[in-house]
Write a protein that binds this ligand. Sequence first.
Ligand code: DWN
Length: 390
Amino acid sequence: MNKKEFLNLGKQPIANGFLTEGNFNSEFFYDLSVGLDEDTKLVTHMDYVKPELMFNDTYAYRGSMSKTMRDHFSETSELLRKHLSDKPRVLEIGSNDGVFLKNWDKDTTIAVEPCSNFAKETNDLGYLTYDGFWTKQLSETIVEENGWMDLIFAANCICHIPDLDQTFAAIENTLTDHGFFVFEDPSLVKMINENSYDQIYDEHPHIFSITALKTILERNGLTIVRVDNTPVHGGSNRIWVQRTMFAKPDESVENNLTHERIIGLDDPYTFERFANKVSDSKTDLVRLLSRCVDSGKKVISYGATSKSTTVFNYCGIGPDLIQYITDTTPEKQNKFSPGVHIPIVKPEGNFDNSVDFAFLGAWNFAQEIRNKESEYTGKFITHVPVVRIV
Ligand code: DWN
C-alpha cells in the first residue's frame, strides 16, 4: 500500500478493553493514525493492532444489547431470504452473540467467530460455530466439512480485518456460483459528512468507501452488485457481492460511486478538511463539558462504546469531566473505561433526574435512548455532527 497519513488521534488503548483497577499499570496503548492509500483510495490505519489483542475470550461487546440492532438483523434476514433458494446454506463471519444467526435455521447455518466466549455461546445455541479468525485455511476446512455457501454474511466485521485480499479470496473460494456475499460496515461518506471520527478505533482498521472496495474486491474475482445505504451505527452500507463471472450490478452501485466522486473521497484535500474539523470538535467538546462541570452540574456518559474510547482518549476526557458511564452490558459494568478510567455502572439507580447532562457515547442509538428515557428531565450532549446540547 502507498499510504499517506491525514489524521492522528494520539495514544489510544484497546477500545473494548474495559478493565479493573489492578490492571491500570499494564494497559496497552498504541498510536492511532489514519491514512489514505493512494492506490486504492482505502482509508486505513497507518499501523494495525494485532487482532488477538482485541478479539479474544474476554470480548465485551454484545450486538444484541439494542432493540434497533435486533430489529435491523431480523429485517435484513427477511430481505436476504427473498434473494435465496428455499433452504440456503448460510455462513456468518463474526457472529458475536448470535444477533443475526438467531433469524436462521440451525441445520443450514454455520458461523465463524474468533472471540471464544461468543463462539461458545452460539455453539450452545445450536449453531455450529468455528472458533477462530476467518482465513484461507479455515475457509477450506469449512468447504470440506459443509460444502459451498449460498450466502456469506458479515456485519461490522470485514472492516475489522487488516488483510482484505486474503479475506476476499477466501470468500470467493467458499461461495456457490450464484451465491451472495453480503456485508455491512460503517460508511466513509457518513463519517466524513457527520464528522463522526469516533468510528475510528483499533477494531476498525478501515473505514470503507464503495470506491476502494470495488478495486479490492475485483482483484479477488468478486464484483459489487448492489449497495444499500442503511441508517444503523450512524450510517452504514450493506454491500452485495457476487462472483464476477455471474455478477450483474444494479444502478445503486454506480450511484454510490458517482456520489463518492462528487464529495471527493478520492481527494487528499477532503481528508485534510476532515482532520481540521475533528480537531475543532475536540476543542468544542472539552470546552462544553468543562463549562458544565465548572457550573456544578452532574455530567455522565450514556453507553460505554468503542467510539467513546476514541473520543475520551483523543480529547483527554476523564473522571474529572465525566463522573461515570452507564451501560446495560453486564461484561462492562463495575469496570473502568479504557485509557481514561471512567467507572462504568448499571443504568439502574445511576441514570435518573440527578443527572444534569448525559454525553451520548452511543449517539448512534440516540432515538432508541430518547424513547426509553422519556422521563429524564436533564439534557443530552452529543458531538455528532457538531458539539451541542440536545
Ligand atoms: O463494529 C463494532 C460495532 C458494531 O459495535 C465494534 N467493533 C464494536 C461495537 O462498537 P460500539 O461499542 O461503538 O457499539 P455500539 O453498538 O454503539 O454500543 C452501544 C453500547 O451502548 C453498548 O455497550 C450497549 C450500550 N447501550 C446502553 O447502555 N443502553 C445501548 C443502548 C441502546 C441503551 O439503551
